[in-house]
Design a protein around this ligand. Structure first.
Ligand SMILES: CC(C)(COP(=O)(O)OP(=O)(O)OC[C@H]1O[C@@H](n2cnc3c(N)ncnc32)[C@H](O)[C@@H]1OP(=O)(O)O)[C@@H](O)C(=O)NCCC(=O)NCCS
Length: 247
């Protein structure tokens, strides 16, 4: 496959296909309210921070997308509220005309029929190159380890730093980031927060949500907390901060 990776600003014709691409995201993941501050305006206001990829053999058909957002740098640590935090801070700083001197990755999504075909390292490399081109010296990423859902009860602090025999991360998606030059920094314990009524959670997952306590939801990285008497359930997703130093 010969990938062509550009920004959406360079190829605006991809704007309509951007969210239509067949993907493997779980439905509940679309219900983080903070997403509403980014996705509806990604194609218009953040077109320089969205990458689209197609294959030379099939030009115009999306293979993958990647989204980033500029946000105000902080002197101290990367925020505990990871994905939500950079969107909220980035959005607010833009509204208040404050400096946007850091950049965070938000997602890479590979077309469903191409999963496991090795597209993702090219997208990570594409993000690194683009962030460097924009003048940033570091790209940070609140990474969603793609095999963590297999062991939702393991604390992310243990999982994120678990090595394989060759010293690379146990998790395949973290491995891609580390191979690309990323360094695992810390866990973002409340990177995404997805609240819903029990009716909403039933609709999103097809599960009964009829018992108070932790619920294992397919695709979730940690248990979802359900309270039947209060008629709500909350998912707090931990992610892993990875820092890519750029030359
Ligand atoms: C995360 C994502 C971009 C990774 O892309 P991918 O096409 O699945 O992965 P790749 O084929 O590029 O392979 C990456 C690594 O995962 C491994 N891998 C791929 N499919 C796998 C599977 N089904 N089971 C286990 N490992 C797998 C590969 O072997 C490779 O590891 P290696 O280089 O050490 O061998 C893709 O799964 C995706 O779009 N997921 C949904 C959206 C998402 O969660 N994005 C990330 C948000 S931060």
């Amino acid at each position: 496959m010969s990938l062509r990776i550009t920004t959406l600003a360079e190829r605006p014709e991809f704007a309509s296909a951007l969210w239509e691409m067949d993907h493997s995201w779980r439905v509940f993941m679309f219900n983080d309210p903070i997403a509403d501050l980014f996705y509806p305006i990604a194609a218009t206001d953040y077109a320089d921070y969205v990458l689209v990829a197609d294959d030379d053999a099939e030009p115009g058909r999306m293979v993958a997308r990647a989204c980033m957002i500029p946000f105000p740098a902080r002197d101290d640590e990367l925020p505990d509220d990871g994905w939500d935090g950079v969107i909220r801070q980035g959005w607010l700083a833009r509204k208040l005309d404050r400096p946007l001197d850091a950049v965070s990755a938000l997602e890479i999504t590979v077309r469903k029929d191409l999963l496991g075909s090795g597209v993702s390292p090219a997208m990570v490399a594409g993000m690194r190159e683009h962030a460097a081109r924009l003048g940033f010296r570091e790209l940070v990423a609140p990474v969603r380890p793609n095999q963590k859902h297999l062991e939702p009860h393991t604390p992310m602090t243990e999982y994120a730093f678990r090595p394989r025999e060759d010293g690379l991360p146990h998790d395949a998606w973290l491995r891609v980031h580390v191979r690309a030059g990323g360094e695992i920094v810390k866990v973002a314990p409340r990177s995404m927060v997805i609240p819903g009524t029990l009716a909403e959670w039933r609709e999103w997952t097809g599960l009964p949500f009829d018992r108070t306590g932790p619920v294992e939801v397919p695709g979730a990285l940690s248990p979802v907390y359900c309270d039947v008497a209060q008629d709500h359930a909350v998912y707090i997703e931990p992610n892993v901060w990875v820092s890519h130093r750029l030359s």
